[in-house]
Ligand binder design. Structure first.
Ligand SMILES: O=C(O)CCC(=O)C(=O)O
Ligand SMILES: [Fe+2]
Length: 383
């Protein structure tokens, strides 16, 4: 898939000192700290009272959900949002409706005073130069107040999603098989993309055209996936006629926090079933249905801004060793997307993507045009 730049989450407030330092900071996506130095983390040298506080040592990565943080800071006034300040999961911006509330919180908690509402945790608090960007649409903005990281509620059960054609089998492989599969791919050459590494078997997936060349057969799938292929053919939701159903494998290795832009696997390239085995680390996968259709991937960096109105969004947690099957409507009409997060919120719990995730995506190369029931998402039917 095409790699995406993450969108800036914040705009900067007007500086009251050292415009150059702020301009420099803006360019490098950090903020201005004391004495106008650029520092990672977004603090200001106590400018005019602001309703936004930058709070470090606070966030899902240190075991505090956005909801917990919001309720702790509610002791000082109405909290309108808690936003990740960066992707560490340990720095947030707390926004109040009134600057007097931020002032009260700063007074109570600055200089290392423990926060009683957060179990005595020592927070590092300053006024924030970063202001949350107004969301284009509340349901579309993954950084919307109190929805940070989890733009949609993630479930670990496929049937909770209400999307026809999605199935998730937990523990599809054993930990020993997982290690064998990882060792097998690590012993083979990886191809580096901008943010992740890939391997292709059977047919190469061509990222430029988002298709394969069916005339360029690379050979049978490797023997180290034989037991997976056997188990796939026994998948509970397949009929016997659908055995021997895959001939292409893409292995993706995502470093922690790296995701995948929203896309529908090209209809004309691949048949009706897509299997994806997750190994090593977890992630959430989000599904989006754009009512106006489109089979094209969203333009770079626009996954959370445009095309938003009326979009339906659901998310599922993919633990290591689970196998996801996308078929029918889920395969043909819903974009799938792996958000670029280091921490995923699942059922109110922060789950850190502590290690790489390696996925094995099995598909069958299509031999004729796609004749699915979802023409508005189908390149074969839209030309
Ligand atoms: O990593 C995954 O599970 C999904 C990969 C994917 O969607 C793709 O290669 O098209
Ligand atoms: Fe895909």
């Amino acid at each position: 898939m095409v790699e995406q730049q993450q969108q800036p989450r914040f705009r900067f407030s007007r500086p009251n000192a050292n415009a150059n330092a702020e301009a420099k900071a803006k360019a490098s996506n950090v903020a201005v700290g004391k004495e106008g130095e650029a520092e990672a983390g977004a603090c200001s040298p106590s400018p005019s009272p602001s309703p936004n506080l930058y709070v470090a040592n606070c966030g899902p990565a240190v075991g505090l959900s956005f909801e917990t943080i919001a309720s702790a800071f509610a002791a000082f006034g109405q909290v309108t949002g808690v936003h990740p300040a960066d992707d560490t999961g340990a720095r947030v911006v707390v926004s109040f409706s009134q600057s007097s509330s931020a002032q009260a919180a700063l007074k109570a908690l600055h200089n290392g005073s423990p926060c009683p509402q957060l179990g005595g945790r020592i927070l590092h608090i300053q006024y924030s130069l970063l202001l949350p960007t107004p969301p284009p649409h509340p349901h579309c903005d993954p950084h919307h107040p109190l929805k940070a990281y989890a733009s949609v509620v993630s479930s670990s059960v496929a049937s909770d999603l209400g999307i026809p054609g999605i199935y998730l089998l937990h523990d599809f492989v054993t930990p020993a098989q997982e290690q064998e599969l990882l060792a097998a791919v690590d012993a083979r050459p990886w191809k580096s993309l901008a943010k992740r590494r890939v391997q292709h078997y059977g047919y190469e997936f061509l990222y430029k055209t988002r298709n394969v060349d069916p005339k360029q057969f690379l050979g049978d799938l490797p023997s180290f996936v034989s037991s997976i292929l056997e188990k796939i053919s026994l998948f509970p939701n397949l009929s016997i006629a659908e055995s021997n159903i895959v001939d292409q494998l893409t292995v993706n290795e995502y470093p922690p926090g790296v995701g995948l832009s929203p896309h529908i696997d090209t209809h004309s390239a691949f048949d009706r079933l897509i299997f994806s085995l997750s190994l090593a680390g977890p992630c959430i996968m989000e599904f989006r249905k754009y009512p106006q259709g489109t089979w094209l991937p969203l333009p770079s960096g626009r996954e959370n801004s445009d095309h938003c109105s009326n979009v339906e969004r659901r998310a599922i947690f993919l633990p290591p060793r689970s196998m996801l099957l996308l078929s029918g409507e889920a395969r043909y009409a819903w974009h799938h997307y792996i958000p670029h997060h280091k921490v995923d919120m699942v059922d109110g719990q922060a789950i850190r993507r502590g290690s790489r995730r390696v996925s094995f995506t099995f598909r069958k190369v299509r031999t004729g045009p796609c004749c699915c029931d979802f023409p508005q998402y189908c390149d074969s039917q839209m030309g």
